[in-house]
Ligand binder design. Structure first.
Ligand code: F6R
Length: 613
């Protein structure tokens, strides 16, 4: 993971870098640092902890510089202390580097460097890389950019790096493989960053570096891009549509709460232009284009991680149920290492909010090599997975900054609902009546999500009752089983309460042993064909003194009598229900985490974009 930034221009670099790093803190927040060129000399400020800690060092020293690079770290090699923080110097102190990624062959490179007399302060792979570059500089008469290019030819692994050199206050050299890097082009200034959020308030002109590209960024020479094989590349400048307001908190205490409350709009944006209500139609460009492939596919394999994997599980119910195409949902990290059987008649759908998750990216690279058609469902436009896929559709949920995924999940589920309905219609496996009914109901979803959000006070009350528990169980059946998994994941990741999600009927095969008066169970108990059975499960828990928090439909008179707490949500077709049942679970987790004093937007040990295996 990690976030990187850089600046060269006529502004003071330190405040630009620090503001940019704060925007990228979602990528990691174990430590942070900046390196600037002050009076031709490199100065480094770095510190364990959040960017604000390092900012204090910079404010005290008040260094002047119009060129610098910065880094916020999610530790991989070496613990998160000051020494392992980036930037790292070469032995001579002549160059400094920041790095997002992992150098897999760092141990063998380090061994060679140690033999040549290099010493290392930190435990990082990055310090090895900066010394490898220095070694090239010392043994050849080449420029810094050329030395970086030559050094990277010896490197196995992933990197987005930025390098600066003492005495040269007109250049930053950057390179990318496997980790994202985007260059913002302003008037008489350049920015670099892991994504566009650090510079979008200054410029919307951007160049996304491609795999194995090295760029020299210089005010005098402009932007010069080469591949690491030394082929000159013409920069492709894109105009970004991102707006600054969408990446700020807009008066909410936390990004997570803002993003939960944005769901009526983000779902609407996912539907926009695809759900054509007056024509009773659904149109997804990528599906229309690849219609034959989809209709002739042997099966669809969905690969994803975490919350996106839960969206994939919901999709399995939707696509199999409506379009009658077999679906398999795989953890990307497992899929790629078990030599999966994939053929040209398979469609592999990668689901990823960030579009940068390393396991998901590698999974589709493997499936692509085996001939499958790759369909990407990403939120971040221009992300690596979106670019690796043959075809795809964006969720259009807008930037998600809170580490816990919320609006991205409901946007993924919304898009999968559209995909399942569209495939079903193309295959003729759905009746016209049902198709039209679902179109009408989907159209009403943003309003019903808002009604569900309006029940926040109930979630807050429930949170106040259960905020001190140590364990919590989440149950659901059918299409709401993945919602139970997602509810448990939200609670554990932001409040550090141990939580498990189960299909309600599985409870009797083990988890029921955990039930006692201290163990609350959150049950999705809306009116579906499984309703009676879920009611029986609730009775079984009550008989063992367990506490029940139930998500039910408006006017439910059965569960309300036996549960300790109910949240009544609007009625909706069962197939669309995850879009509503998820909301109270997000809110309960949010309030519990706040009441426990947890860092909701940046939970410990986590990062938003997991670009390591
Ligand atoms: C949980 C969460 C993670 C991500 C997972 C995949 O709230 O955010 O579990 O869902 O790391 O990330 P993406 O979707 O970016 O591939």
């Amino acid at each position: 993971m990690c976030g990187i930034v850089g600046y060269i221009g006529d502004k003071q670099a330190p405040p630009v870098l620090i503001k940019g790093l704060k925007r990228l803190e979602y990528r990691g927040y174990d430590s942070s640092g900046i390196a600037i060129i002050n009076d031709s000399r490199i100065e480094v400020f770095k510190k364990q902890g959040k960017v604000a800690e390092m900012e204090n060092l910079v404010l005290d020293a008040d260094p002047q510089s119009s060129l610098g690079i910065g880094h916020t770290r999610w530790a991989t090699h070496g613990s998160p202390n000051d020494i392992n923080s980036h930037p790292h110097y070469s032995n001579s102190g002549r160059i400094a580097i920041i790095h997002n990624g992992i150098i897999e062959n760092y141990a063998s490179i380090k061994e060679g460097l140690l033999k040549r007399g290099y010493t290392f302060e930190s435990e990082t792979d990055t310090e090895v890389l900066v010394n490898l570059i220095e070694d090239v500089l010392l043994h050849t008469e080449v420029s810094l950019a050329e030395a970086v290019r030559i050094a990277l030819n010896q490197v196995v692994g992933a990197y987005a790096i930025a390098v600066i050199e003492e005495g040269n206050n007109d250049q930053i050299v950057v390179a990318k493989k496997g980790s994202p890097l985007v260059i913002g082009i302003g008037t008489g200034e350049y920015y670099i960053a892991s994504d566009a959020t650090p510079f979008i308030e200054y410029t919307n002109q951007a160049v996304y570096l491609e795999e194995e590209e090295v760029a020299l960024i210089s005010l005098k020479k402009g932007l010069e891009i080469r591949t690491i094989a030394n082929k000159l590349i013409r920069p492709y400048i894109q105009e970004l549509a991102l707006e600054i307001e969408s990446i700020e908190k807009a008066g909410y205490d936390h990004f997570m709460l803002k993003e939960v409350n944005e769901q009526p709009k983000s779902i609407f944006d996912t539907l926009r232009g695809r759900l054509i209500v007056d024509k009773n139609n659904i149109s997804i460009n990528a599906l229309n284009q690849y219609e034959k492939k989809f209709l002739n596919a042997d099966r669809i394999v969905i690969v994803a991680c975490g919350t996106s994997w839960h969206a994939g599980l919901v999709a399995e119910y939707l696509i199999e149920g409506l379009a009658r195409i077999p679906v398999e949902v795989e953890y990307a990290s497992e899929f790629r290492y078990r030599n999966p059987i994939i053929t040209e008649r398979d469609i592999v759908i990668a689901v990823s909010q960030s579009g940068e998750t390393a396991d998901t990216l590698s999974a589709i690279q493997l499936a692509k090599a085996k001939g499958a058609t790759i369909f990407g469902i990403c939120n971040v436009v221009g992300s690596s997975i979106a670019r690796e896929a043959h075809i795809g559709a964006y969720t259009h949920a807008g930037p998600e900054i809170g580490v816990a995924s919320t609006k991205a999940f409901t946007a993924q589920v919304t898009l999968f609902t559209l995909i399942a309905m569209s495939l079903a219609e193309k295959k003729g496996s759905i009746s016209k009546k049902l198709y039209r009914k679902l179109i009408r109901e989907l159209n009403a979803i943003p309003k019903k999500v808002q009604q569900t959000l309006n029940l926040d006070a109930q979630s807050k009350h429930i949170a106040s009752v259960y905020k001190d528990v140590s364990n919590c169980l989440f149950l659901g059946r059918g299409i709401n089983f993945p919602v139970a998994l997602e509810g448990a994941l939200k609670l554990k990741e932001i409040s550090y309460i141990h939580a498990e999600g189960y299909p309600a009927a599985e409870m009797k095969h083990g988890p029921i042993a955990l039930i006692d008066a201290d163990m609350p169970t959150v049950v999705v108990a809306i009116k579906t064909e499984h309703y009676e059975k879920v009611v029986s499960n609730i009775q079984e828990i009550k008989a063992r003194n367990g506490k029940i928090i139930a998500i039910v439909n408006d006017g439910d008179s059965v569960v309300s009598k036996i549960a300790d707490h109910v949240i009544e949500i609007p009625e909706v077709d069962e197939r669309l229900s995850p879009l509503l049942t998820t909301i109270p679970l997000q809110l309960i987790s949010y309030h519990i985490a706040v009441m426990r004093g947890c860092h909701v937007d940046q939970p410990r040990n986590l990062a938003k974009s997991v670009t390591v295996e």
